[in-house]
Design a protein around this ligand. Structure first.
Ligand SMILES: [Fe+2]
Length: 253
């Protein structure tokens, strides 16, 4: 594990061809305005229904409502906390490159922002999903350790499609669509729920069945990317997902 403060120290090999620079000065006013509109649309709901760790992370990494984040600035705040970096990449990564980056505490981050025509949903991830949705949680030490462990375990399973599918489900029901019980309520922390008004509202209105987090069940739980989720898994604390990633290594490696 990289100690905090040495983010990015590990050299990437498989992911290297996908690394790019974020040209922050090249965003135009309208693109910043799209970011601002997306953030302003999500924040009222999230202030009430997001996990406190997400909201704290948002402040700690210095995200702003009015401008697209400059990843270099985000990393100056994030790196010293947990050793994670939001690292700009050209788009979707093949699994081995993706896992290599997670194992090195570098989160593959797209720099493109969606157009006004697809405010609610983009099939390709964009900087709003990746940074607004994912990166605040990387400021939380336990979540940070969990995500690195997840990457390491998955990288070791590249030869086994079935086991990788189980790991994919663990990712889906935590990192992307995870919820946590806090003060007697179900709170959002998964990036798919944080960054999508429709998905977040679906959960708040009580439509999916919320089960207690259980690694065995999660690893067998099929899901459809294209539909609103019917079942979600709630943890009581982030220690549970960290332990799940440890347990996954024991069972699958
Ligand atoms: Fe995501």
């Amino acid at each position: 594990m990289n100690p905090p403060g040495v983010a990015g120290a590990q050299k990437l090999t498989v992911a290297e061809p996908y690394l790019i620079e974020q040209k922050w000065d090249a965003y135009n006013e309208d693109q910043h305005a799209v970011w601002a509109e997306l953030v302003r649309r999500r924040m009222p709901q999230l202030r009430e229904h997001a996990a406190e760790e997400y909201l704290n992370g948002f402040e700690q990494i210095g995200l702003r409502e009015d401008t697209i984040p400059n990843l270099a600035e985000v990393n100056k705040r994030l790196g010293p906390r947990t050793g994670w970096n939001a690292t700009p990449v050209s788009g979707f990564l093949p699994p081995d490159a993706f896992f290599e980056m997670l194992g090195a505490r570098q989160f593959p981050t797209t720099t493109y922002i969606r157009s006004r025509e697809s405010m609610e949903y983009t099939p390709e991830p964009d900087i709003f999903h990746d940074v607004f949705g994912h990166v605040p949680m990387h400021a939380h030490p336990v979540f940070a350790d969990f995500l690195q462990q997840y990457g390491r375990v998955s990288a070791g399973l590249m030869h086994d499609k079935e086991k990788l599918e189980k790991m994919g489900r663990l990712f889906w029901f935590t990192v992307e669509f995870g919820v946590i019980r806090q003060k007697g309520k179900v709170k959002l922390y998964g990036s798919g729920l944080i960054s999508s008004h429709g998905e977040g509202t679906h959960v708040i209105e009580g439509r999916p069945e919320i089960r207690d987090f259980n690694l065995d069940q999660v690893m067998e739980q099929r899901f459809l990317v294209s539909e609103e989720q019917k079942v979600l898994y709630a943890v009581e604390s982030f220690d549970e997902i960290y332990e799940a990633a440890q347990e996954a290594e024991k069972r699958l490696s």
